[in-house]
Design a protein around this ligand. Sequence first.
Ligand code: EPU
Length: 326
Amino acid sequence: MATAIHNTFHIPATANRYVEYTSVEELQDIIPTLQGRPFLHIGGGSNLLFTRNYEGTIIHSRILGAETVEEDADTIQLRVGSGEVWDDFVAHCVSHGWYGAENLSLIPGEVGASAVQNIGAYGVEAKDLIDEVECIDLVTGEWRVFNNSQCNYAYRSSIFKHEMKGRYAVVYVDYRLSKHFRPKLEYGNLSTYLEGKDVTPATVRQAIIDIRRSKLPDPEVLGNAGSFFMNPVVSIEKYEEIRREYPDVPHYDVPDGVKIPAGWLIEQCGWKGKALGRAAVHDRQALVLVNLGGATGAEVLHLCHTIQSEVSRQFGIDINPEVNVI
Ligand code: EPU
């Protein structure tokens, strides 16, 4: 019988078969049953858009726990099960005096996905903390460890999302945290937000939580998958062209050009807060598409395509989903 699949967009979707595993051995027992048919490994369902039912097996890690691998006066290395909830891990680190993850507070999803997606926010990315990613080959069942540089990390991207897509299941992620608190407050309005307050790991975590809650819709109330699009990187010439017309265009210099927030582009195109059927652009952050209630995946995808054409027509820039469209 088909199983309903949890996703934070609240799109009704089923899979022919849904299996969870709580250990590497359990996963290795499942692997032979997958061969020759489609399968998809998911995390917490917070970065998925189902446009159809999944005709195959969906696999999900329930490997839990965090253990200390090594520790000295300055750093600690932790090995964390891929099924742990990401924000529980961040809270655990902050409360134990291990730092580096606090700017990634309240990101939905699980530890395994942090390594696949290279989740990022407020000037920090998961790759800044990851030492090694332990995987199981979903064809052979063999264990393989990728060190940080072998993961080919880039903005919201990794070897697991591209070159090796679908080949490996992440079972453990090894993170290195610092025992010395060095706040990173350069991004956006973070330092303004903390003005007049003590800057401690707990206040930074709380500031991030407050800022996210003020902009991003709660998936329990309004189905969504966080940022729907990635921020595009454009050439310096393109950026200059936009700046002539919009002198205040927000931008970040990156090694291969200039990053322009997709939310800003979408807002300039007049789409912020607008709906198309039961799918809409969030009214406080145009990068987020929401399910107003009862939307199908096809409706959300139609909104996505409409926005992409509009941004391309008005700015000559292609924006691409960061959400995994199934
Ligand atoms: N902006 C607008 N209109 C909008 C949204 C944004 O003009 O509707 C402008 C803002 O004024 C600001 C700039 O765009 O100048 C950047 O906005 P924001 O700080 O909200 O960040 P973002 O680039 O839209 C990215 C991440 C978020 C992350 C924030 C903070 C991506 C795809 N998204 O959004 O990640 O929380 O930065 O670091 O890179 C997620 O991945 O799900 C996510 C929420």
